[in-house]
Design a protein. Structure first.
Length: 427
């Protein structure tokens, strides 16, 4: 096909994506006018599997990208996710000013954590949303970013006394932990440990909690290594590695992966989802999200005022926001509140056409394991998995779950404990 025809086809397709006219009066009562997304990066290679062989006595899979990098499979999946978002937002009424088929400057803003996998994921989402437009992603040039790394950076360290109280209260509900997770540990041992007595000694260690120098809580015992190993198994399945290389042949289907994620889920349930810890790590990001939804004029308005605002970070960032919002989900074969690669908190702001009143739909959206493995094309007929936030005052209208925006923001603003006035963001 001549290059000019390819360009015209891309322009026509882009115009069709986000210059939507509602289908009917019923569907246009509530019109989408603002989107804020917090996405986890796509499928990556493991970050710390160099010592897995010594711990388990087994040789783990070899990946074709450096540790922690987004894979080509992961990039393609996130392009598909961006295309799906475009189709969904178009269906809900979002319209953008377009120039030659591409969004006008300042109508889309993507800010990512500084890692390769988050930057590449941001680019992939944009390639799906606006193919051929070459919209750049933005990120700090520093190795860490207060929006995504507040806990790691030790910003306003949390009250460790409160954290320990909250963690011990959770542990008490499962006392003794060794008995509560006995079946999960046994299943994990069978799947990843060589059949000799010296392998996986860490699974025999007692459960405990430690506080690092920067105030971060860390679980000791089986979860200390099993959580990241379970994530590596999930990544291998999602990457479409041969099943012989996924948990050494002990995984035959997605359900098997979900069962092996139990100790990974324990790390989040017992520690990462602790309210005091979540508020310390997620407050700065939460404030930016709420300012964007409220249209509040702040010194960061140039980043937040766009109709589409996308943050790309890590599962820990989403876990912190989820905990502060009191939003829980259970999707397909995944453990409760699990955040797979590409999992996204999606904040959709609507206005009622007749009254101008504003509402929000908050969803957690993710691919299923088999959608990742097969890179199943996504569409409104073949959608991502989705769970909607629902609280007092929220209601269902057609396919939407809507909550009054003022009360949602008012309630959410009670959570942040770290204010952004003392920190420089977006640079």
């Amino acid at each position: 096909m001549p290059r000019s025809l390819i360009k015209n086809a891309l322009i026509a397709w882009s115009v069709g994506l986000l210059s939507y006219v509602p289908f009917s009066d019923a569907s246009s009562r509530f019109v989408l006018d603002k989107v804020v997304v917090v996405a986890r990066h796509g499928v990556r290679s493991p970050t710390d599997d160099h010592h897995y062989a010594a711990l388990t006595g087994q040789r783990w899979p070899t990946w074709n990208v450096p540790p922690g990098h987004l894979t080509g499979h992961g990039y393609t999946g996130m392009v598909q996710q961006g295309k799906f978002f475009a189709e969904q937002w178009q269906h809900l009424g979002l319209a953008l000013p377009l120039r030659q088929g591409c969004p006008a400057p300042q109508s889309v803003n993507v800010w990512t954590a500084p890692d390769q996998r988050t930057q590449a994921t941001g680019s992939a989402l944009l390639d799906g949303l606006f193919p051929g437009c070459g919209i750049p992603v933005a990120h700090t040039q520093a190795p860490t970013d207060p929006l995504f790394d507040a806990s790691k950076m030790g910003i306003a360290p949390p009250d460790t006394t409160i954290i320990l109280q909250q963690i011990h209260a959770k542990m008490a509900a499962y006392t003794p932990l060794s008995a509560h997770y006995r079946a999960a540990v046994a299943l994990f041992r069978q799947a990843v440990c060589a059949p000799h007595t010296t392998s996986c000694a860490f699974l025999n260690e007692p459960w405990d909690i430690n506080i690092a120098d920067n105030g971060q809580p860390k679980l000791a015992g089986p979860v200390a290594y099993a959580a990241s190993m379970a994530e590596s198994i999930r990544l291998a399945y999602s990457e479409n590695l041969p099943l012989s290389e996924v948990a050494f042949g002990h995984v035959r289907q997605a359900k098997d992966v979900g069962q092996l994620m139990a100790l990974h889920a324990a790390k989040y349930d017992l520690v990462s989802d602790t309210p005091e810890y979540a508020r310390q790590g997620g407050s700065l990001l939460m404030t930016q999200i709420l300012d964007a939804l409220a249209g509040k004029p702040t010194r960061y308005a140039s980043h937040l005022a766009s109709p589409i605002v996308i943050f790309v970070g890590h599962d820990t960032n989403i876990a912190q926001l989820q905990t502060m919002l009191g939003f829980n989900w259970q999707l397909a074969e995944y453990p409760r509140n699990d955040i797979p690669p590409g999992g996204s908190l999606v904040f959709l702001r609507f206005h009622e056409a007749n009254t101008g009143k504003q509402f929000i739909q908050l969803s957690f959206m993710t691919r299923s394991l088999d959608q990742w493995r097969a890179l199943t094309p996504l569409s409104l007929d073949m959608p991502m998995l989705e769970a909607d936030y629902f609280d007092k005052g929220c209601f269902r209208y057609h396919e939407k779950t809507l909550c009054p925006l003022p009360s949602f923001i008012r309630q959410a603003r009670q959570q942040p404990k770290v204010q952004d006035s003392g920190y420089v963001l977006f640079q």
